[in-house]
Design a protein around this ligand. Structure first.
Ligand SMILES: [Zn+2]
Length: 380
């Protein structure tokens, strides 16, 4: 299989893999919010409220942007205030889509009988390996570095999930797929490119995955992905994908609709299926050439996680035998997405913006040198 730069240049441009119908909650900051958050303000939890149009986490993260007079208002008032702003920026069609999706989820949750109930509430000791738990509870860059490796810049791998948890999750997914098949339910696939697999958030695992993102992925992202909103991750899209001869075989070159992506192999027995990475890019540079130092391939190991920038261009090679199941968590930051709208230079994370900036600096230094030589020449 070709992994050289020349083959990359022939590679078709990466697609943006999006959640399709599952949507995306991007909010706009209006002049009724402050540009800078009040860092000392402790935001309330909105998790207990049912039937919110927007994610409870979104309200919690938005709260610190409220004007000072609103910060100490009652939770209901704050909710109303933030809801008004969010609705103003969310078009009718988007609201209809959100409403339909809520009804879709409701239909599943009323009729689907979960098999492994213990999966639906996060139980850290049962889910995670001890080394991962220790590193997270210490919550320092050193503790994270002690359990992970960074085989290529911006790609972090570490052992994360207990084998028993992986098995339970796969069994639950199989049970859900069985129910979908039996009842002929028209199920939504996880994204625009995978034909197999399912959205975990749609059948009741949203709260558990929210907690996983908040308590376990955000602390690491805060350290390793600060330039793309790693510390303000507030929404997620959680799903599993299945690869094999009778499933999706491979996945084309793409970028994810996420700021930070967590990808954990759940098993089972398989060969092939390596991930290939080809550099982080902003929207403008998504099709630009790969530099040789950006080429990186990663073989999956069951229970092991890989954490990368969502805009890190990648794909999955063919799973040549057996069956591979992976858990994906696309973590998003509404604040980062909003601020990104007003920026053009992404040289703090886009490989190509960085290269262009260096080139501009090189040219400017060369020009200055030439000027100095000229002046010296004249005065000599
Ligand atoms: Zn760029």
């Amino acid at each position: 299989m070709a992994t050289d730069g020349a083959a990359d240049r022939r590679r078709p441009p990466p697609q943006t893999l999006s959640a399709g119908n599952n949507g995306n909650c991007v909010m706009s900051l209006s002049n009724r919010l402050r540009l800078m958050p009040n860092k000392d303000h402790k935001a309330e939890s909105y998790e207990d409220l049912e039937q919110l149009e927007f994610s409870p986490l979104l309200f919690s993260s938005l709260e610190r942007y409220l004007p000072p007079t609103m910060l100490n208002a009652s939770r209901d008032l704050k909710l109303q205030y933030m809801r008004d702003i969010l609705l103003r920026y969310s078009p009718e069609s988007e609201r209809t889509r959100v409403q339909r999706h809520r009804e879709y989820r409701q239909k599943i949750i009323t009729h689907y009988q979960p098999l492994q109930r213990e999966l639906y509430t996060l139980q850290a000791e049962k889910f995670f390996v001890p080394s991962f738990l220790r590193a997270i509870s210490e919550n320092t860059e050193d503790s994270f570095r002690s359990i992970l490796s960074e085989p290529s810049p911006g790609v972090y791998t570490f052992e994360m999930l207990q084998p028993d948890f992986c098995d339970l999750l796969v069994t639950e997914v199989e049970n859900f797929q069985g129910w979908v098949h039996e009842t002929n339910f028209r199920v939504m696939r996880p994204n625009t490119m995978n034909k197999y697999g399912c959205v975990l958030d749609d059948f009741g695992l949203e709260t558990m995955l929210d907690k996983l993102m908040e308590d376990f992925i955000r602390p690491m992202s805060k350290v390793f992905f600060p330039e793309v909103g790693g510390s303000t991750l507030d929404t997620h899209h959680g799903f599993v994908v299945e690869y094999g001869i009778d499933r999706d075989v491979e996945l084309g070159f793409h970028v994810d609709d996420s700021e930070v992506t967590l990808n954990v192999c759940l098993g089972k027995q398989f060969s092939g299926g390596d991930l290939f990475f080809r550099g982080v890019r902003c929207d403008k540079h998504v099709n630009s050439e790969t530099q040789s130092e950006e080429i990186f391939d990663y073989p999956h190991v069951p229970g092991h996680a890989i954490l990368h920038h969502g805009r890190h261009r990648h794909g999955a090679r063919a799973t040549t035998s057996g069956r591979r199941v992976n858990l994906l968590l696309w973590c998003r930051s509404s604040v980062f997405r909003e601020l990104k709208k007003y920026q053009k230079d992404f040289s703090n994370w886009c490989g190509e913006c960085k290269r262009e900036k260096k080139e501009r600096q090189r040219q400017s230094i060369a020009a200055t040198k030439l000027e100095i030589l000229k002046i010296n020449g004249q005065t000599a």
